[in-house]
Design a protein around this ligand. Structure first.
Ligand code: X8Z
Ligand code: ZN
Length: 648
């Protein structure tokens, strides 16, 4: 089914609103030459399809869960086989469904269900059985290569080897140019080994997409937005045009602060070297807040320090309760126990927000079956994900939680997925998806926007918020380093993939084109020259080897502010949007739950309208939200030659 956000991304992968466009893809599969089916026959077909879809999805979901939480050659083989069977069933079912699409008088819901069926995977199956088997093998191998990825500072010393958590911690906490460079370079080496597999993977994906009647797999990915793929493309550019001026101001200011710190090491073309942004992909810059803080020390939003203190307190308490003199093994066990307690506390903290607005408590099985910590005895894909295992209440997290603000916010994000699954679980299986995939990504992030300085203070995660306008600018800066910095990154990953899929970016240009887009949209550059014949830097980002479409996160970054504006209105809040928290507000919660409950059963435009009164995605809410910071940045950057314009 849909191991949502899972690698093979069965699912919600394309979370899909059906293409309401009349240009439904054509296939070469012929409809049987018999009398056109009636609406009643189409209805019966859809009912059976829903049952079969659910039954067919259980095994690949379970196989993928095990493959990602316990990476071995065996689990890779098992998940590849389960995917192969599922994708074969899916493409056969799509073929059978074609006969019913144009049944006279077909009910709108049935027509939508038939259209959605075509979008239930990000991996379209080639009809050639050998190619299908090769495709699913490559998919599981690429996922495993990323999940098990490591690099060694000294190839002869296994103790010097680091995984993504280790490298990310260096980038997050260490501001030394060379230390960060070593971590960035080391992890990007992991992409190299994927290059040839990815080239073949793309060929096979395109073969599958063509067999389903699409030009290429990028067109298929863009078919899930209740508009034509070309219109969707234009829509993403329109939204980027709305937010680009805000991003450009932030980029210019942050770059200047980095120049103050790193001096002549900085390139002089106006870009920011990727490795000094506090994040492996330069997609979230919150970790370098200390370097760019507008008014040093004002407002003090130190969530990281408080979470670490909580974790240390848990450890000390366990140690105090230990009877006798602990051995080294005992201490290691206590350490692990403290990590587990802290991770659980962070999950419960997020659940508390959702229940405060009237959402149900999470099922006990969620806590029993989820993975909250990196396993010590095996490789696992730690990238956070949320899983709907059975179209019912078996919902899970897979995450390697650390006591950091970033992970705490990611927990709120993942929980948004979990509550979406639970809210739409009574929909027919084929409608169990986001209104579009951007909605799915935006739910938890909307809740995260409610963690205002005042709320964080109230739950003990930060000092007093204060009314000082300087504290407002500081808080806005911190959030902008997450939300505004992310915008061009969210956009460019699939700009790159769409080009790879339509052939305008050829294999020998994969890496160069990647950095051209990074420079153009983000104003970010590679810190050291890349070897474009060998390096494959896109492979160092989870969603490329795991084949999860990415434009959803760009949409979510915009939608979450629209959602928040609507929830705050429902809650009767009339101050500036950045001060609103709907914690405890059952009316706002009920309206949100109602939206989630609709799942993918109707075009997303209708669902959006019900919540917000608007039927298009619109960046005015994120712009309103950051208005104070935007004005402040313009003032700071006045007369400054930023060096990077994003036009190149
Ligand atoms: O992949 C995720 C989530 C799982 S859906 C943790 N995100 C993107 C990323 O990490 O690249 C959330 C923000 C963007
Ligand atoms: Zn997500």
């Amino acid at each position: 089914m849909k191991p949502m956000h899972a690698s093979l991304a069965l699912a919600v992968a394309l979370a899909l609103a059906a293409c309401s466009s009349s240009k439904a893809p054509q296939t070469s599969a012929q409809a049987p030459a018999k009398a056109a089916p009636t609406a009643a026959e189409a209805h019966a077909f859809v009912a059976q399809m829903n049952k079969d879809y659910k039954a067919q999805s259980l095994e690949p979901a379970a196989a993928e869960w095990v493959a990602e939480t316990y990476i071995t050659g065996d689990t890779q083989m098992l998940t590849a086989k389960a995917q192969e069977r599922y994708l074969k069933w899916l493409s056969d079912e799509i073929g059978r469904a074609r006969a019913y699409e144009n049944a006279a008088g077909i009910e709108a819901a049935d027509k939508r269900a038939l259209q959605l069926l075509k979008l239930q995977t990000a991996i379209p199956a080639p009809r050639n059985p050998e190619h299908l088997a090769e495709l699913t093998t490559l998919a599981s191998r690429l996922t495993a290569a990323y999940g098990a990825g490591k690099y060694c500072d000294d190839p002869k010393d296994p103790k010097s080897c680091k995984n993504l958590d280790d490298a990310s911690k260096i980038l997050a906490e260490d501001r030394d140019w060379n230390d960060d460079l070593a971590a960035w370079r080391g992890w990007h080496g992991v992409g190299r080994g994927m290059r040839s597999d990815y080239v073949r993977f793309v060929e096979l994906l395109n073969e599958g997409a063509k067999d389903l009647g699409y030009d290429n797999v990028g067109t298929m990915w863009r078919a899930g937005y209740d508009m034509s793929p070309a219109d969707f493309n234009a829509e993403t550019d329109r939204l980027w045009g709305q937010v680009k001026p805000l991003y450009a101001q932030l980029q210019c200011y942050v770059r200047r602060k980095l120049k103050d710190k790193y001096g002549d090491k900085m390139p002089n073309d106006g870009t920011i070297p990727a490795h000094i942004t506090g994040n492996m992909w330069a997609q979230d810059w919150a970790n370098i807040y200390g370097l760019v803080e507008p008014y040093p020390g004002v407002g003090g939003l130190d969530v990281d320090a408080r979470l670490k203190a909580e974790r240390d307190a848990a450890y000390r308490k366990l140690l105090a309760g230990f009877k006798g003199k602990p051995t080294a093994d005992d201490l290691a066990a206590l350490d692990r126990h403290a990590d587990a307690e802290q991770a659980l506390a962070m999950v419960r903290r997020a659940e508390d927000f959702y229940t405060s607005i009237g959402f149900p408590a999470l099922p006990a099985s969620f806590f029993e079956k989820s993975m909250f910590l990196r396993p010590r005895d095996r490789d696992a894909l730690c990238h956070a994900s949320a899983w709907p295992m059975d179209f019912g209440t078996d919902v899970r997290f897979k995450m390697c939680i650390h006591p950091t603000a970033e992970d705490q916010y990611t927990i709120y994000h993942e929980m948004g997925h979990i509550y979406y699954f639970l809210a739409y679980k009574d929909q027919p299986p084929i409608f169990q998806g986001g209104a579009n995939d951007g909605f799915h990504e935006a739910i938890g992030d909307t809740i995260r926007l409610n963690l205002t300085p005042a709320y964080l203070h109230r739950i003990g995660l930060s000092g007093a918020a204060g009314e000082d306008p300087k504290a407002v600018i500081n808080a806005q800066m911190k959030l902008a380093l997450e939300k505004v910095a992310f915008l061009p990154f969210g956009l460019l990953i699939d700009k790159w993939r769409w080009g790879v899929f339509d052939g305008s970016i050829k294999p020998e240009q994969y890496n160069t084109a990647w950095w051209e887009l990074r420079r153009k949209y983000q104003g970010v550059s590679a810190p050291v020259p890349r070897d474009d014949a060998a390096d494959f830097d896109p492979g160092a980002k989870n969603h490329v080897p795991t084949n999860v479409p990415y434009m959803r996160y760009f949409l979510a970054d915009i939608l979450q502010f629209q959602f928040q504006r609507a929830l705050c209105k429902d809650a009767g809040f009339d101050g500036p949007l950045y001060q609103c928290s709907v914690y405890g507000n059952k009316e706002a919660g009920a309206k949100f739950w109602q939206m989630l409950g609709a799942g993918a059963s109707r075009p997303w435009q209708q669902t959006l309208k019900t919540l917000t009164g608007q039927d298009d995605m619109d960046a005015s809410a994120i712009l309103d939200y950051f208005q104070p910071l935007h004005a402040w940045l313009e003032e700071q950057n006045k007369g400054v030659d930023c060096g990077w314009s994003g036009e190149g």
